[in-house]
Design a protein around this ligand. Structure first.
Ligand SMILES: [Zn+2]
Length: 335
């Protein structure tokens, strides 16, 4: 695929800077191989430039996994002991009732309140895929940011964080929150829309296509109509195998188109421990048909995909999602 030379230069400078920072902090810094969405085939990613490969500050994985009494193996990821079945992490059980929760149950998020108007509208009304977009509008002019939560219905931290975000306010601009983007998948706690239709391989969508393509089309059109400065696309990763790259704690971009500084500051903030529970890596481009790739390429709107890791407990994951969103909105002057 074509890439503009100037972006290559930015990627390389970004990578060189990060390698320098990581090396200074830890000699164990190693380049992690190219990653993508958990079901992404590795072959799609061959063209990813070297400079875009994510960095791993510390090699924390244990080399020889132990086998537990319940049959699951364990590994250590970012200081946490994770159960896994040799392919996927085993999501820790929890008793969260997200519908009765408020932002402060998760952490000190969006505490200062501003005067805003909130209104909502539906996408795919009357369909199995019907969902809702909330607009949070400040009377003060400012940036427009669009948040897409739960394109995959089983990625609960992405869904929960966007749901809780509806309680927030902003000091200027407009915040659009689409959650759950894949309402039918969220209802059934599955990745797919129906059958094996993957919404994140269905963009930019097709008005007469299958359920996922129609939904993708409606979302794509909505984003195109709003023309946000930035889209944040919230996801989670679960695959943990040597055959595929580990995507947990990763930010993904295709092209950043003016959001390079924000992306860099976000990575540094996780590296310095100012936000999130552990350092986040980065990778790209997003897979063909994803929100990340198609919104970036077709609409020239930068998209940052947030991937938390489903091997961690739900509180940590939702916290890291909200911490990332709050950082971005503060950076853009909306908080
Ligand atoms: Zn996902």
């Amino acid at each position: 695929m074509k890439k503009r030379p100037v972006l290559y230069i930015i990627y390389i400078l970004l990578a060189v800077f990060l390698v320098g920072c990581a090396k200074a902090e830890s000699d164990q810094a190693k380049a992690q191989s190219v990653a993508n969405e958990p079901v992404q085939k590795a072959s799609v990613l061959i063209e990813t430039p070297e400079a875009q490969k994510p960095l791993e500050a510390e090699r924390t994985d244990s080399d020889a996994p132990d086998v537990e009494d319940d049959g699951y193996q364990t590994r250590i990821i970012a200081g946490e002991t994770i159960k896994w079945d040799g392919f996927r992490a085993i999501e820790p059980k929890d008793d969260w009732d997200i519908w009765s929760m408020v932002l402060s149950d998760v952490g000190p998020f969006f505490e200062e309140e501003f005067e805003v108007e909130k209104s909502s509208y539906k996408l795919m009304e009357g369909q199995i895929t019907e969902t809702e977009v909330l607009q949070i509008h400040s009377p003060n002019p400012g940036p427009l940011v669009y948040i897409v939560g739960a394109v995959h219905g089983d990625e609960r931290a992405a869904w929960y964080a966007a749901l809780l975000l509806k309680q927030a306010s902003i000091s200027c601009g407009d915040l659009y929150i689409l959650v759950p983007a894949n309402a039918n998948g969220a209802r059934n706690l599955t990745r797919y829309v129906v059958k094996n239709q993957d919404l994140n391989r269905s963009f930019p969508g097709e008005p007469s296509g299958d359920e996922a393509e129609q939904l993708a089309y409606a979302i794509f059109r909505d984003i195109a109509g709003k023309r946000p400065e930035l889209v944040l696309d919230l996801h989670e990763a679960i695959v943990l195998t040597q055959d595929r790259d580990f995507l947990g704690s990763t930010y993904i971009f295709t092209e950043l188109d003016g959001m390079e500084d924000l992306f860099f500051e976000l990575l540094v903030a996780t590296e310095e421990g100012r936000i999130c529970h552990n350092e986040f890596g980065f990778t790209g481009p997003g897979p063909a048909g994803s929100v990340n790739a198609e919104v970036t390429r077709n609409l020239r709107i930068p998209v940052i995909t947030v991937e938390t890791f489903r091997g961690f407990d739900i509180g940590r994951r939702v916290y890291d999602q909200l911490d990332t969103i709050q950082f971005v909105l503060e950076y853009m002057g909306m908080r």
